[in-house]
Design a protein around this ligand. Structure first.
Ligand code: KIV
Ligand code: ZN
Length: 516
Protein backbone atom coordinates (compact mmCIF):
# COMPACT_ATOMS: atom_id res chain seq x y z
CA UNK A 1 0.00 0.00 0.00
CA UNK A 2 1.39 3.46 -0.90
CA UNK A 3 2.54 5.60 2.06
CA UNK A 4 0.16 8.36 3.01
CA UNK A 5 1.11 11.92 2.22
CA UNK A 6 1.72 14.25 5.15
CA UNK A 7 -0.86 16.85 6.08
CA UNK A 8 1.07 19.73 7.64
CA UNK A 9 -0.48 21.20 10.77
CA UNK A 10 0.17 24.91 11.09
CA UNK A 11 -1.00 26.12 14.47
CA UNK A 12 -1.88 29.79 14.76
CA UNK A 13 -3.24 29.84 18.32
CA UNK A 14 -0.49 32.25 19.35
CA UNK A 15 -1.18 34.62 16.45
CA UNK A 16 -4.72 34.47 15.03
CA UNK A 17 -6.00 32.88 18.26
CA UNK A 18 -4.51 35.69 20.25
CA UNK A 19 -6.42 38.16 18.08
CA UNK A 20 -9.65 37.15 19.92
CA UNK A 21 -10.67 40.06 22.13
CA UNK A 22 -9.35 39.35 25.62
CA UNK A 23 -7.10 36.44 24.59
CA UNK A 24 -3.82 38.32 24.63
CA UNK A 25 -1.01 36.31 26.13
CA UNK A 26 2.20 37.23 27.87
CA UNK A 27 5.56 36.09 26.56
CA UNK A 28 5.82 33.36 29.21
CA UNK A 29 2.32 32.12 28.49
CA UNK A 30 3.18 31.91 24.79
CA UNK A 31 6.30 29.93 25.60
CA UNK A 32 4.29 27.45 27.67
CA UNK A 33 1.75 26.96 24.91
CA UNK A 34 4.47 26.70 22.26
CA UNK A 35 6.19 23.95 24.27
CA UNK A 36 2.92 22.07 24.49
CA UNK A 37 2.37 22.44 20.73
CA UNK A 38 5.88 21.18 20.10
CA UNK A 39 5.23 18.16 22.32
CA UNK A 40 2.14 17.56 20.22
CA UNK A 41 4.35 17.62 17.08
CA UNK A 42 2.67 20.62 15.47
CA UNK A 43 4.69 21.14 12.30
CA UNK A 44 4.55 24.93 12.27
CA UNK A 45 3.83 27.29 15.17
CA UNK A 46 2.85 30.82 14.16
CA UNK A 47 4.05 32.69 17.23
CA UNK A 48 2.85 36.23 16.50
CA UNK A 49 3.05 39.34 14.38
CA UNK A 50 6.43 40.89 15.29
CA UNK A 51 5.79 44.39 13.91
CA UNK A 52 2.50 44.68 15.86
CA UNK A 53 4.12 45.68 19.17
CA UNK A 54 7.39 45.34 21.08
CA UNK A 55 5.66 42.68 23.22
CA UNK A 56 4.72 40.66 20.14
CA UNK A 57 8.27 40.93 18.82
CA UNK A 58 9.69 39.68 22.15
CA UNK A 59 7.24 36.80 22.26
CA UNK A 60 8.09 35.60 18.74
CA UNK A 61 11.78 35.91 19.53
CA UNK A 62 11.40 33.97 22.78
CA UNK A 63 9.35 31.20 21.13
CA UNK A 64 11.91 31.02 18.30
CA UNK A 65 14.68 30.60 20.87
CA UNK A 66 12.78 27.92 22.82
CA UNK A 67 11.22 25.66 20.21
CA UNK A 68 13.64 23.34 18.41
CA UNK A 69 11.54 20.73 16.59
CA UNK A 70 8.61 22.66 15.13
CA UNK A 71 9.09 25.43 12.59
CA UNK A 72 8.46 28.84 14.15
CA UNK A 73 6.67 31.36 11.96
CA UNK A 74 6.21 35.12 12.19
CA UNK A 75 3.55 37.08 10.32
CA UNK A 76 4.35 40.16 8.23
CA UNK A 77 2.33 42.37 5.92
CA UNK A 78 3.87 42.66 2.46
CA UNK A 79 5.97 45.59 3.63
CA UNK A 80 9.75 45.79 4.02
CA UNK A 81 9.57 47.00 7.63
CA UNK A 82 7.27 44.13 8.66
CA UNK A 83 9.42 41.54 6.94
CA UNK A 84 12.64 42.87 8.45
CA UNK A 85 11.08 42.83 11.91
CA UNK A 86 9.87 39.25 11.42
CA UNK A 87 13.32 38.24 10.14
CA UNK A 88 14.94 39.79 13.21
CA UNK A 89 12.53 38.07 15.63
CA UNK A 90 13.19 34.70 14.01
CA UNK A 91 16.96 35.07 13.72
CA UNK A 92 17.72 32.41 16.37
CA UNK A 93 15.09 29.88 15.33
CA UNK A 94 16.26 26.37 14.48
CA UNK A 95 13.64 26.37 11.67
CA UNK A 96 12.09 29.69 10.69
CA UNK A 97 9.27 30.65 8.36
CA UNK A 98 8.12 34.13 7.34
CA UNK A 99 4.44 34.39 6.46
CA UNK A 100 3.65 37.45 4.38
CA UNK A 101 0.25 38.52 3.11
CA UNK A 102 -1.59 41.11 1.06
CA UNK A 103 -5.30 41.31 0.23
CA UNK A 104 -6.47 40.28 -3.23
CA UNK A 105 -10.26 40.64 -3.14
CA UNK A 106 -11.77 43.57 -5.08
CA UNK A 107 -13.27 45.10 -1.93
CA UNK A 108 -10.01 44.93 0.05
CA UNK A 109 -7.83 46.18 -2.81
CA UNK A 110 -10.14 49.07 -3.61
CA UNK A 111 -11.27 50.28 -0.20
CA UNK A 112 -8.63 49.09 2.27
CA UNK A 113 -5.40 49.11 0.27
CA UNK A 114 -6.44 51.64 -2.41
CA UNK A 115 -4.17 49.79 -4.81
CA UNK A 116 -4.62 48.48 -8.32
CA UNK A 117 -4.32 44.73 -8.95
CA UNK A 118 -0.99 45.33 -10.74
CA UNK A 119 0.38 47.14 -7.70
CA UNK A 120 -0.77 44.28 -5.45
CA UNK A 121 1.08 41.72 -7.59
CA UNK A 122 4.26 43.84 -7.54
CA UNK A 123 4.12 44.33 -3.78
CA UNK A 124 3.49 40.62 -3.15
CA UNK A 125 6.47 39.67 -5.30
CA UNK A 126 8.81 42.16 -3.70
CA UNK A 127 7.71 41.05 -0.20
CA UNK A 128 8.51 37.42 -0.98
CA UNK A 129 11.90 38.39 -2.42
CA UNK A 130 12.72 40.43 0.66
CA UNK A 131 11.66 37.60 2.98
CA UNK A 132 14.10 35.31 1.13
CA UNK A 133 16.92 37.37 2.62
CA UNK A 134 16.08 35.75 5.97
CA UNK A 135 14.92 32.23 5.15
CA UNK A 136 14.01 29.93 2.26
CA UNK A 137 10.82 28.95 4.02
CA UNK A 138 8.32 31.56 2.83
CA UNK A 139 4.55 31.41 3.05
CA UNK A 140 2.38 33.79 1.07
CA UNK A 141 -1.32 34.47 1.72
CA UNK A 142 -3.64 36.34 -0.64
CA UNK A 143 -5.85 37.72 2.13
CA UNK A 144 -9.61 37.33 1.55
CA UNK A 145 -8.87 34.76 -1.16
CA UNK A 146 -12.32 33.31 -0.52
CA UNK A 147 -13.84 36.46 -2.08
CA UNK A 148 -11.14 37.05 -4.72
CA UNK A 149 -11.36 36.55 -8.46
CA UNK A 150 -9.86 33.10 -9.22
CA UNK A 151 -8.16 34.43 -12.38
CA UNK A 152 -6.41 37.13 -10.36
CA UNK A 153 -5.50 34.62 -7.65
CA UNK A 154 -3.83 32.42 -10.30
CA UNK A 155 -1.78 35.39 -11.47
CA UNK A 156 -0.64 36.43 -7.98
CA UNK A 157 0.15 32.87 -6.93
CA UNK A 158 2.19 32.09 -10.03
CA UNK A 159 4.21 35.30 -9.50
CA UNK A 160 4.96 34.70 -5.81
CA UNK A 161 5.98 31.09 -6.42
CA UNK A 162 8.38 32.37 -9.09
CA UNK A 163 9.69 34.85 -6.52
CA UNK A 164 10.40 32.02 -4.03
CA UNK A 165 7.25 31.34 -1.96
CA UNK A 166 7.20 27.71 -0.84
CA UNK A 167 3.74 27.60 0.78
CA UNK A 168 0.64 29.21 -0.70
CA UNK A 169 -2.07 29.72 1.86
CA UNK A 170 -5.65 30.34 0.73
CA UNK A 171 -7.50 32.19 3.50
CA UNK A 172 -11.25 32.42 3.83
CA UNK A 173 -10.66 35.53 5.90
CA UNK A 174 -14.28 36.39 6.59
CA UNK A 175 -15.66 32.84 6.81
CA UNK A 176 -17.88 33.34 3.74
CA UNK A 177 -17.22 30.15 1.78
CA UNK A 178 -19.06 26.85 1.80
CA UNK A 179 -17.32 23.48 1.60
CA UNK A 180 -18.02 22.38 -1.95
CA UNK A 181 -17.19 25.79 -3.40
CA UNK A 182 -14.03 26.24 -1.31
CA UNK A 183 -12.73 22.76 -2.18
CA UNK A 184 -13.34 23.52 -5.84
CA UNK A 185 -11.45 26.81 -5.60
CA UNK A 186 -8.39 25.06 -4.15
CA UNK A 187 -8.53 22.29 -6.77
CA UNK A 188 -8.82 24.90 -9.50
CA UNK A 189 -5.84 26.90 -8.27
CA UNK A 190 -3.63 23.81 -8.03
CA UNK A 191 -4.73 22.78 -11.50
CA UNK A 192 -4.42 26.16 -13.21
CA UNK A 193 -1.29 27.70 -11.67
CA UNK A 194 1.52 26.42 -13.93
CA UNK A 195 4.17 26.22 -11.16
CA UNK A 196 1.81 24.96 -8.42
CA UNK A 197 3.95 21.82 -7.99
CA UNK A 198 6.72 24.00 -6.47
CA UNK A 199 4.65 24.95 -3.42
CA UNK A 200 2.51 23.34 -0.74
CA UNK A 201 -1.09 24.57 -0.85
CA UNK A 202 -2.55 25.48 2.50
CA UNK A 203 -5.90 26.75 3.80
CA UNK A 204 -6.87 29.09 6.63
CA UNK A 205 -10.59 29.22 7.36
CA UNK A 206 -12.58 31.39 9.72
CA UNK A 207 -15.73 30.16 11.38
CA UNK A 208 -18.26 32.95 10.86
CA UNK A 209 -20.81 30.52 9.40
CA UNK A 210 -19.63 27.58 11.51
CA UNK A 211 -17.94 26.04 8.45
CA UNK A 212 -14.22 26.52 9.14
CA UNK A 213 -13.48 22.85 9.75
CA UNK A 214 -15.74 21.64 6.92
CA UNK A 215 -14.17 24.11 4.47
CA UNK A 216 -10.64 23.12 5.52
CA UNK A 217 -11.37 19.41 5.13
CA UNK A 218 -12.99 19.94 1.76
CA UNK A 219 -9.80 21.72 0.68
CA UNK A 220 -7.72 18.78 1.92
CA UNK A 221 -9.82 16.42 -0.18
CA UNK A 222 -9.06 18.72 -3.12
CA UNK A 223 -5.28 18.82 -2.74
CA UNK A 224 -4.42 21.18 0.15
CA UNK A 225 -1.61 19.67 2.24
CA UNK A 226 -1.39 22.21 5.05
CA UNK A 227 -4.21 23.34 7.32
CA UNK A 228 -3.97 26.42 9.54
CA UNK A 229 -5.91 26.00 12.74
CA UNK A 230 -6.04 26.82 16.43
CA UNK A 231 -6.50 24.93 19.67
CA UNK A 232 -10.16 25.02 20.77
CA UNK A 233 -10.92 26.93 17.54
CA UNK A 234 -9.77 30.12 19.25
CA UNK A 235 -9.62 33.15 16.95
CA UNK A 236 -11.07 36.43 15.87
CA UNK A 237 -14.88 36.70 15.89
CA UNK A 238 -16.25 33.15 15.65
CA UNK A 239 -12.72 31.75 15.60
CA UNK A 240 -10.55 29.65 13.29
CA UNK A 241 -10.76 26.00 12.29
CA UNK A 242 -10.21 23.89 15.37
CA UNK A 243 -6.97 21.88 15.36
CA UNK A 244 -8.41 19.00 17.35
CA UNK A 245 -11.38 18.56 15.00
CA UNK A 246 -9.21 18.67 11.86
CA UNK A 247 -6.65 16.24 13.25
CA UNK A 248 -9.15 13.77 14.67
CA UNK A 249 -11.36 13.79 11.56
CA UNK A 250 -8.42 13.00 9.33
CA UNK A 251 -7.09 10.37 11.76
CA UNK A 252 -10.49 8.74 12.32
CA UNK A 253 -11.48 8.74 8.65
CA UNK A 254 -8.33 7.36 7.09
CA UNK A 255 -10.66 5.49 4.74
CA UNK A 256 -11.54 8.87 3.18
CA UNK A 257 -8.40 11.03 3.47
CA UNK A 258 -5.32 10.38 1.34
CA UNK A 259 -3.05 11.95 3.97
CA UNK A 260 -2.43 12.01 7.73
CA UNK A 261 -0.81 14.34 10.26
CA UNK A 262 2.22 13.77 12.55
CA UNK A 263 0.24 14.95 15.57
CA UNK A 264 0.60 13.04 18.84
CA UNK A 265 -3.10 13.12 19.61
CA UNK A 266 -2.63 12.25 23.29
CA UNK A 267 -1.38 15.80 23.78
CA UNK A 268 -4.64 17.34 22.52
CA UNK A 269 -6.61 17.53 25.78
CA UNK A 270 -3.69 18.80 27.93
CA UNK A 271 -2.95 21.50 25.34
CA UNK A 272 -6.61 22.44 25.10
CA UNK A 273 -6.74 22.80 28.90
CA UNK A 274 -3.61 24.90 28.92
CA UNK A 275 -4.96 27.27 26.27
CA UNK A 276 -8.26 27.54 28.10
CA UNK A 277 -6.54 28.29 31.43
CA UNK A 278 -4.18 30.85 29.93
CA UNK A 279 -6.81 32.72 27.93
CA UNK A 280 -9.71 32.24 30.34
CA UNK A 281 -11.86 31.03 27.42
CA UNK A 282 -13.76 28.07 28.82
CA UNK A 283 -14.39 25.12 26.50
CA UNK A 284 -18.09 24.42 26.08
CA UNK A 285 -19.03 20.98 27.48
CA UNK A 286 -20.37 19.70 24.16
CA UNK A 287 -17.33 20.83 22.14
CA UNK A 288 -16.11 17.99 19.90
CA UNK A 289 -13.01 16.14 21.16
CA UNK A 290 -12.09 18.44 24.06
CA UNK A 291 -15.45 19.29 25.69
CA UNK A 292 -16.12 17.70 29.07
CA UNK A 293 -19.05 15.73 27.60
CA UNK A 294 -17.32 14.70 24.36
CA UNK A 295 -16.98 11.11 25.57
CA UNK A 296 -19.75 10.99 28.18
CA UNK A 297 -22.71 8.71 27.56
CA UNK A 298 -25.78 9.67 29.51
CA UNK A 299 -28.64 7.69 28.00
CA UNK A 300 -29.19 4.16 29.26
CA UNK A 301 -29.27 2.72 25.73
CA UNK A 302 -25.89 4.28 24.93
CA UNK A 303 -24.34 3.21 28.22
CA UNK A 304 -25.56 -0.32 27.74
CA UNK A 305 -24.17 -0.41 24.18
CA UNK A 306 -20.79 1.02 25.16
CA UNK A 307 -20.44 -1.46 28.02
CA UNK A 308 -21.11 -4.35 25.67
CA UNK A 309 -18.85 -3.01 22.95
CA UNK A 310 -17.27 0.45 22.92
CA UNK A 311 -17.56 0.76 19.12
CA UNK A 312 -21.38 0.71 19.26
CA UNK A 313 -21.41 4.41 20.07
CA UNK A 314 -17.78 5.58 20.18
CA UNK A 315 -15.76 6.35 17.07
CA UNK A 316 -12.63 7.46 18.98
CA UNK A 317 -11.06 6.44 22.27
CA UNK A 318 -10.98 9.09 24.96
CA UNK A 319 -7.43 8.16 25.95
CA UNK A 320 -6.22 8.61 22.35
CA UNK A 321 -6.90 12.34 22.61
CA UNK A 322 -5.42 12.62 26.08
CA UNK A 323 -8.39 12.21 28.40
CA UNK A 324 -7.00 10.52 31.48
CA UNK A 325 -8.92 9.24 34.41
CA UNK A 326 -8.52 11.88 37.10
CA UNK A 327 -5.59 10.51 39.03
CA UNK A 328 -4.56 11.56 42.47
CA UNK A 329 -1.05 12.63 41.73
CA UNK A 330 0.03 14.36 44.89
CA UNK A 331 -1.17 15.08 48.39
CA UNK A 332 -0.30 16.88 51.55
CA UNK A 333 2.68 14.64 52.33
CA UNK A 334 4.28 14.93 48.90
CA UNK A 335 7.68 16.54 48.89
CA UNK A 336 9.32 19.13 46.70
CA UNK A 337 11.02 16.51 44.50
CA UNK A 338 7.78 14.64 43.82
CA UNK A 339 6.15 17.96 43.02
CA UNK A 340 8.91 18.95 40.62
CA UNK A 341 8.90 15.49 39.00
CA UNK A 342 5.13 15.52 38.41
CA UNK A 343 5.30 19.00 36.89
CA UNK A 344 7.98 17.75 34.50
CA UNK A 345 5.88 14.70 33.60
CA UNK A 346 2.96 16.90 32.56
CA UNK A 347 5.30 19.17 30.62
CA UNK A 348 5.57 22.13 32.97
CA UNK A 349 9.02 23.60 33.32
CA UNK A 350 9.34 26.53 35.68
CA UNK A 351 12.03 28.94 34.70
CA UNK A 352 13.74 29.41 38.09
CA UNK A 353 14.18 27.84 41.52
CA UNK A 354 12.30 30.84 42.92
CA UNK A 355 9.28 30.06 40.75
CA UNK A 356 9.44 26.42 41.82
CA UNK A 357 9.59 27.47 45.48
CA UNK A 358 6.60 29.82 45.03
CA UNK A 359 4.59 27.14 43.28
CA UNK A 360 5.51 24.57 45.94
CA UNK A 361 4.46 26.95 48.72
CA UNK A 362 1.08 27.39 47.02
CA UNK A 363 0.83 23.65 46.56
CA UNK A 364 1.27 23.10 50.32
CA UNK A 365 -1.47 25.65 51.09
CA UNK A 366 -3.77 23.95 48.60
CA UNK A 367 -2.94 20.46 49.90
CA UNK A 368 -4.04 21.55 53.36
CA UNK A 369 -7.45 22.46 51.99
CA UNK A 370 -7.87 19.77 49.37
CA UNK A 371 -7.01 16.15 49.96
CA UNK A 372 -6.34 14.99 46.40
CA UNK A 373 -4.32 17.14 44.03
CA UNK A 374 -4.82 16.35 40.33
CA UNK A 375 -2.86 17.40 37.26
CA UNK A 376 -5.47 20.07 36.52
CA UNK A 377 -4.88 21.56 39.97
CA UNK A 378 -1.17 21.70 39.23
CA UNK A 379 -1.82 23.48 35.93
CA UNK A 380 -3.93 26.12 37.67
CA UNK A 381 -1.39 26.52 40.43
CA UNK A 382 1.44 27.09 38.00
CA UNK A 383 -0.62 29.56 35.96
CA UNK A 384 -1.12 31.51 39.16
CA UNK A 385 2.58 31.38 40.00
CA UNK A 386 3.43 32.59 36.51
CA UNK A 387 0.90 35.39 36.48
CA UNK A 388 2.21 36.43 39.89
CA UNK A 389 5.60 37.07 38.28
CA UNK A 390 4.06 40.24 36.74
CA UNK A 391 5.13 43.35 38.56
CA UNK A 392 1.80 43.15 40.40
CA UNK A 393 0.36 46.42 41.54
CA UNK A 394 -2.31 44.89 43.79
CA UNK A 395 -2.12 41.82 46.01
CA UNK A 396 -4.89 40.28 48.07
CA UNK A 397 -3.97 40.36 51.75
CA UNK A 398 -7.28 39.23 53.26
CA UNK A 399 -10.93 38.86 52.49
CA UNK A 400 -13.85 38.44 54.85
CA UNK A 401 -17.32 37.85 53.44
CA UNK A 402 -20.62 37.47 55.31
CA UNK A 403 -23.41 35.78 53.45
CA UNK A 404 -26.50 34.66 55.33
CA UNK A 405 -30.13 33.99 54.43
CA UNK A 406 -32.19 37.12 54.91
CA UNK A 407 -29.11 39.38 55.20
CA UNK A 408 -27.40 41.56 52.60
CA UNK A 409 -23.99 40.05 51.71
CA UNK A 410 -21.09 42.12 52.94
CA UNK A 411 -17.34 41.97 52.14
CA UNK A 412 -14.26 43.50 53.76
CA UNK A 413 -11.10 43.31 51.68
CA UNK A 414 -7.50 44.32 52.39
CA UNK A 415 -5.16 44.88 49.46
CA UNK A 416 -1.54 45.75 49.33
CA UNK A 417 -0.61 48.22 46.60
CA UNK A 418 3.14 48.57 46.24
CA UNK A 419 3.74 47.86 49.91
CA UNK A 420 0.87 49.93 51.37
CA UNK A 421 -2.07 48.06 52.83
CA UNK A 422 -5.56 49.50 52.39
CA UNK A 423 -8.94 48.08 53.40
CA UNK A 424 -12.35 48.64 51.89
CA UNK A 425 -15.81 47.23 52.41
CA UNK A 426 -19.07 46.99 50.58
CA UNK A 427 -22.44 45.34 50.43
CA UNK A 428 -23.53 43.57 47.26
CA UNK A 429 -26.28 41.52 45.71
CA UNK A 430 -24.21 38.41 46.42
CA UNK A 431 -20.84 37.61 48.03
CA UNK A 432 -18.92 37.99 44.75
CA UNK A 433 -20.63 41.28 43.93
CA UNK A 434 -19.85 42.57 47.44
CA UNK A 435 -16.21 41.48 47.04
CA UNK A 436 -15.75 43.23 43.68
CA UNK A 437 -17.39 46.38 45.04
CA UNK A 438 -15.13 46.30 48.12
CA UNK A 439 -12.08 46.04 45.83
CA UNK A 440 -13.40 48.91 43.73
CA UNK A 441 -13.87 51.02 46.86
CA UNK A 442 -10.07 50.90 47.13
CA UNK A 443 -8.87 50.94 43.51
CA UNK A 444 -11.61 52.93 41.71
CA UNK A 445 -10.48 51.37 38.43
CA UNK A 446 -13.35 52.65 36.27
CA UNK A 447 -13.29 49.41 34.32
CA UNK A 448 -16.35 47.58 33.13
CA UNK A 449 -16.89 43.93 33.90
CA UNK A 450 -17.67 42.07 30.69
CA UNK A 451 -17.48 38.42 31.66
CA UNK A 452 -17.52 36.55 34.93
CA UNK A 453 -17.36 32.77 34.83
CA UNK A 454 -16.60 29.94 37.24
CA UNK A 455 -15.54 26.42 36.35
CA UNK A 456 -14.76 23.52 38.64
CA UNK A 457 -11.23 22.40 37.77
CA UNK A 458 -11.87 18.82 38.85
CA UNK A 459 -14.85 16.94 40.28
CA UNK A 460 -16.15 16.89 43.87
CA UNK A 461 -17.22 19.61 46.25
CA UNK A 462 -13.62 20.16 47.36
CA UNK A 463 -12.64 21.02 43.76
CA UNK A 464 -10.93 24.30 43.06
CA UNK A 465 -13.10 26.84 41.30
CA UNK A 466 -11.32 28.53 38.42
CA UNK A 467 -12.72 32.00 37.85
CA UNK A 468 -12.29 34.17 34.77
CA UNK A 469 -13.00 37.87 34.90
CA UNK A 470 -12.89 40.02 31.76
CA UNK A 471 -12.46 43.75 32.30
CA UNK A 472 -12.56 46.53 29.74
CA UNK A 473 -11.14 49.98 30.03
CA UNK A 474 -10.79 52.53 27.23
CA UNK A 475 -11.09 49.82 24.58
CA UNK A 476 -8.47 47.56 26.21
CA UNK A 477 -9.73 44.15 27.25
CA UNK A 478 -7.99 41.76 29.62
CA UNK A 479 -8.89 38.44 31.17
CA UNK A 480 -7.89 37.67 34.74
CA UNK A 481 -7.81 34.19 36.26
CA UNK A 482 -7.85 32.96 39.82
CA UNK A 483 -8.24 29.51 41.35
CA UNK A 484 -9.08 28.50 44.88
CA UNK A 485 -11.20 25.96 46.72
CA UNK A 486 -13.22 28.99 47.90
CA UNK A 487 -14.84 30.50 44.82
CA UNK A 488 -15.24 33.95 46.38
CA UNK A 489 -11.48 34.08 47.02
CA UNK A 490 -10.89 32.72 43.49
CA UNK A 491 -13.11 35.55 42.21
CA UNK A 492 -11.15 38.19 44.13
CA UNK A 493 -7.87 36.77 42.78
CA UNK A 494 -9.21 36.78 39.22
CA UNK A 495 -10.44 40.36 39.54
CA UNK A 496 -7.07 41.52 40.88
CA UNK A 497 -5.22 39.55 38.20
CA UNK A 498 -7.19 41.43 35.53
CA UNK A 499 -6.54 44.78 37.24
CA UNK A 500 -2.83 43.97 37.45
CA UNK A 501 -2.71 43.12 33.75
CA UNK A 502 -4.38 46.42 32.88
CA UNK A 503 -2.07 48.31 35.21
CA UNK A 504 0.96 46.60 33.73
CA UNK A 505 -0.04 47.60 30.22
CA UNK A 506 -0.71 51.18 31.25
CA UNK A 507 2.62 51.38 33.06
CA UNK A 508 4.49 49.94 30.10
CA UNK A 509 2.89 52.43 27.73
CA UNK A 510 3.08 55.40 30.16
CA UNK A 511 5.68 54.72 32.87
CA UNK A 512 4.72 57.94 34.69
CA UNK A 513 1.15 56.68 35.42
CA UNK A 514 0.97 54.88 38.73
CA UNK A 515 -2.54 53.43 38.87
CA UNK A 516 -4.94 51.69 36.51
O1 KIV B 1 -7.63 35.43 8.11
C1 KIV B 1 -6.66 35.79 7.43
O2 KIV B 1 -6.77 36.13 6.25
C2 KIV B 1 -5.36 35.82 8.06
C3 KIV B 1 -4.19 36.00 7.16
C4 KIV B 1 -3.11 36.83 7.76
C5 KIV B 1 -3.69 34.65 6.73
O3 KIV B 1 -5.25 35.61 9.26
ZN1 ZN C 1 -7.10 34.61 10.03
Amino acid sequence: MAAKEQLIIFDTTLRDGEQSPGASMTRDEKIRIARSLERMHADVIEAGFPIASPGDFESVKAVAETVRESTVCGLARALDKDIDRAGEALANAERARIHTFIATSPIHMKTKLRMTPDQVVDQAVSAVKRARRYTDNIEFSPEDAGRSDPDFLCRVIESVIDAGATTINIPDTVGYNIPQQFGKLVAQLIERVPNSDKAVFSVHCHNDLGLAVANSLSAVLNGARQVECTINGLGERAGNASLEEIVMTVRTRQDVFPCDTRIDTTQIVPTSRLVSTVTGFAVQPNKAIVGANAFAHESGIHQDGVLKSRETYEIMRAQDVGWLENRMVLGKHSGRNAFRARLAEIGIELSSEQELNDAFARFKVLADKKHDIYDEDLQALVSETESATYEDLYRLVSLKVCSETGEVPHAIVTLSAEGDETSGESEGSGPVDATFKAIESIVDSRTSLQIYSVNAITGGTDAQGEVTVRLEKGGRIVNGQGADTDIVIASAKAYLNALNKLAQRVRRAHPQIEHV
